[in-house]
Ligand binder design. Structure first.
Ligand code: HGY
Ligand code: MN
Ligand code: MN
Ligand code: MN
Length: 415
């Protein structure tokens, strides 16, 4: 197999061009690109123009998952898939997801340039809505593709304006029966995603590549704490039932339960807090906060979630407030396929890159693709492990190493 012929300058200019399609006030490389917004649609249009320029056939499904395909000699054989996402949380970086979509496209182009002719077709997927920003749950596209979500599950999702998924996707121009999104089990013979690590390990160990062996299990929940509220001057401290102080104690308890837990991989984050009525001189009567809880060990994550709920109940009782909770998702971890781990390790070796096997602490669409295809992931370092921030950064050399590793991995799997 010849060395893939990368055009890293072309790829970097495409990444920067995509980064400029953003709705946040800050200039690139800070990016905000929320699913089904005008900005998202502009980005999709740009990407589709690149797929077409590469001679790939493009299919868009009923919720915007986009498939760009390089036909193999055996057109009907299950394809080798790659891909990631291009939606970005508010004030994010320009590499999260996009390295896997544009890098996947460049991996295909780098093989085309060598004259390689795959037996199996190669397909780069752009998943709709990997980020939870708009609908509160991540990976709605790959969840539905893999059957983790039924069309009804999708219809339960609403955005901040109360519009449900179907209304929003239709307004964005995506049509078709939601049940057509589910892919058959043998749609792909392998699915490999290239992504920045979103953690500090590879950089700290000065390694070029991470070969992912498993993806941590993510869970998200929402808690609503209801107190009595009242006048900030008129209600004395001993008789208060302050929803904000109760929530603050609960959030502290969440942090302590995660820190004290025996698993080094358990992570807990309260990323969103909403205070009602949110007036400087009014005691909060209702506080809504979210919990993002992950561990590579699914049962341990569930045990910590139970401990959190019981601690919240104790604090509510002691403070004379009430609470309700809603689990938004509690997904199992996913394990990478041995054959893909071996193919990626072969690629790394033949390219002379340094690497390690590792777990993914971030979730990815691959977490769900693992339900309908043998899955693998390839990581590249990102500066300081930083992600979901405007200063997220990987060098062209790091990106090139990831793309050529992906190209050789796919070439081996496509034989
Ligand atoms: O949150 C995550 O792990 C992913 O980057 N959306
Ligand atoms: Mn992300
Ligand atoms: Mn991502
Ligand atoms: Mn992800």
């Amino acid at each position: 197999m010849n060395k893939p012929q990368l055009d890293i300058d072309q790829l970097m200019s495409e990444l920067h061009e995509l980064a400029a399609i953003s709705e946040c006030p800050e200039p690139p490389p800070t990016v905000t690109r929320v699913v089904f917004t005008e900005t998202d649609l502009k980005a999709r249009k740009y990407l589709n123009s690149l797929y077409e320029a590469a001679g790939l056939s493009v299919r868009v499904d009923a919720i915007g998952n986009t498939f760009a395909r390089w036909e193999g000699s055996e057109r009907d054989a299950p394809a080798v898939g790659t891909g990631s996402h291009c939606d970005a949380i508010p004030h994010a970086g320009m590499y999260d997801g996009t390295v896997g979509v544009l890098g996947g496209l460049e991996a295909i182009r780098s093989l085309q340039r060598t004259g390689f002719q795959p037996r199996r077709s190669l397909e780069v997927v752009m998943f709709t809505s990997e980020e939870p920003t708009r609908f509160g749950v991540g990976c709605s596209g790959s969840r539905t593709m893999s059957g983790a979500y039924s069309p009804d599950d999708l219809l339960q999702l609403t955005d901040d304006s109360g519009d449900n998924y179907d209304k929003v996707r239709t307004a964005a121009g995506f049509k078709g029966d939601l049940s057509s999104v589910k892919l058959p089990e043998d749609n792909y013979s392998a699915f490999v995603e290239l992504h920045i690590e979103q953690g500090p390990e590879l950089e700290a160990k000065q390694l070029d590549i991470g070969v992912v062996t498993a993806i941590a299990a993510p869970a998200t929940a929402e808690f609503i704490i209801t107190g009595e509220g009242g006048h900030a001057g008129g209600v004395l401290m001993p008789v208060r039932h302050d929803a904000m102080c109760a929530a603050a104690e609960m959030i502290q308890a969440i942090e302590s339960l995660a820190i004290e837990n025996s698993s080094p991989d358990i992570v807990a984050t309260v990323g969103c807090v909403d205070i009602h009525p949110g007036a400087i001189n009014s005691i909060p009567s209702r506080v809504t906060f979210t919990l993002d809880l992950r561990d590579i060990d699914g049962p341990n994550r569930d045990a910590v979630l139970t401990a959190i709920e019981s601690q919240i109940s104790k604090i509510a009782q002691h403070r004379g407030v009430t609470f309700s909770s809603r689990i938004l998702n509690a997904d199992p971890p996913a394990t990478s396929d041995e054959r893909i781990v071996a193919a990626a390790s072969n690629a790394v070796k033949s390219l002379g890159h340094s690497s390690q096997k590792m777990i993914s602490r971030a979730y990815h669409d691959s977490l769900f693709m693992a339900r309908i295809a043998p899955m693998g992931m390839i990581f590249i370092p990102c500066r300081g492990g930083v992600s979901h921030r405007g200063d997220e950064f990987s060098t062209p050399e790091q990106i090139a190493a990831g793309v050529e590793t992906l190209a050789l991995t796919m070439a081996e799997l496509a034989q």
